[in-house]
Design a protein around this ligand. Structure first.
Ligand code: TRP
Length: 333
């Protein structure tokens, strides 16, 4: 809480252009949380991004374009604080302290670490292992009450809560204990090429994902190539028809229709119709965001101003928490 307002915090990595999965599962909800009684912090998590190899020029560009996309999706910099993680040095400072309050055994249980170390077997660095601790620092620095995240991040919220509760128990009431929040309508969008996997912006196969800034042609082409099955019936059945179910999830997310309405709409139609109409809905839904994004990217000075202002506002709140923590640790504060 700050001035009677609930604190909302979330983050997204600038490890590529966000996909429609990031949009539906996260970004789209961020502007909706702005408003009466809440103060939102939205963090471009570039410190998290370097747990896998990044080209510095690409990372710089992705950081800028992600900032533009947050604005284009409707995050209002007058209401919310948009900032770049590395601009606020307190993230690293608190992260170290929390590292010393986190057990190896807890981190060992994290499924994302297991997945990522299998994927990047040539670069299993310590940062990949302590990733959830940095994320806990992101959350606890702002005394966050609510943390909107996708299903895949729930485990990281749990460990953050465990760390905070334990820290408070031994050092006094320092941190607000946050709650994870996964919006009901935030469908989980899967890869178009392998619907057993989450759609990912770092998928080496570009046909697996639709990025928020893909052109209409590319969007249609990628959706046409999406894997389905051979029984030809448009029906939501995750266990047996993962590809078709994923297309239906995308369709309903972008049209606002219920799954039942969508099934009725496509009854007796083939997969071609499903793919085409899903493409129409995605193209139409992204059009205003893409237009605003292009406008913002032509005004880099403005984007830098937003980042600068966000860093100042975030830094002020973060410094207060670090001061409390340092005092509690016996450091000069
Ligand atoms: N780890 C999150 C993800 O990959 C991104 C993230 C970084 C985040 N810091 C955060 C999410 C803090 C919520 C709160 O999706």
């Amino acid at each position: 809480m700050e001035n009677g307002k609930k604190i909302v915090l979330s983050g997204i990595q600038p490890s590529g252009i966000p996909t429609i999965g990031n949009y539906v599962g996260a970004l789209r909800n961020w502007p909706l949380l702005q408003g009466e009684g809440r103060l939102c912090y939205y963090c471009v998590a570039n410190l998290h991004a370097i747990t896998v190899k990044q080209d510095p020029d690409v990372l710089r560009e992705n950081t800028l374009s992600l900032t533009a996309l947050l604005l284009a999706c409707g995050v209002d910099p007058k209401e919310s604080v948009i900032f770049v993680q590395s601009d606020v040095k307190e993230h690293c400072e608190l992260s170290w302290v929390l590292n010393c309050a986190t057990y190896m055994g807890e981190l060992n249980r994290m499924t994302q670490f297991k997945d990522k170390s299998a994927k990047h077997a040539d670069n299993i660095n310590a940062g990949l292992f302590t990733y959830p601790v940095l994320m806990a620092a992101d959350i606890l620095l702002y005394q966050s009450d609510i943390v909107p995240v996708g299903e895949d991040q729930r485990q990281h919220i749990e460990i953050c809560r465990d760390i905070a509760i334990r820290f408070n128990r031994s050092h006094g009431e320092i941190f607000t204990i946050p709650e994870g929040y996964t919006p009901k309508f935030g469908a989980r969008v899967m890869s178009l090429q392998n619907p057993a996997q989450k759609m990912s912006k770092s998928d080496p196969n570009p046909n697996g994902f639709v990025s928020i800034i893909d052109t209409p042609d590319v969007i249609r082409k990628k959706l046409r190539k999406a894997v389905t099955d051979c029984d030809g019936i448009v029906k939501y059945d995750l266990a047996n028809k993962a590809g078709v179910s994923n297309l239906l999830a995308i369709y309903t997310s972008f049209t606002g229709k219920t799954m039942q309405e969508a099934e009725e709409h496509f009854a007796g139609q083939n997969y071609g119709a499903l793919k085409n109409e899903t493409a129409d809905a995605v193209i139409e839904g992204l059009a205003p965001i893409q237009a605003e994004y292009a406008r913002l990217m032509a005004n880099k000075d403005y984007l830098h101003e937003i980042m600068h202002d966000g860093a100042l506002r975030a830094g002020e709140a973060a410094a207060k928490t670090v001061k409390k923590v340092y005092a509690a640790m016996g450091f000069n504060a």
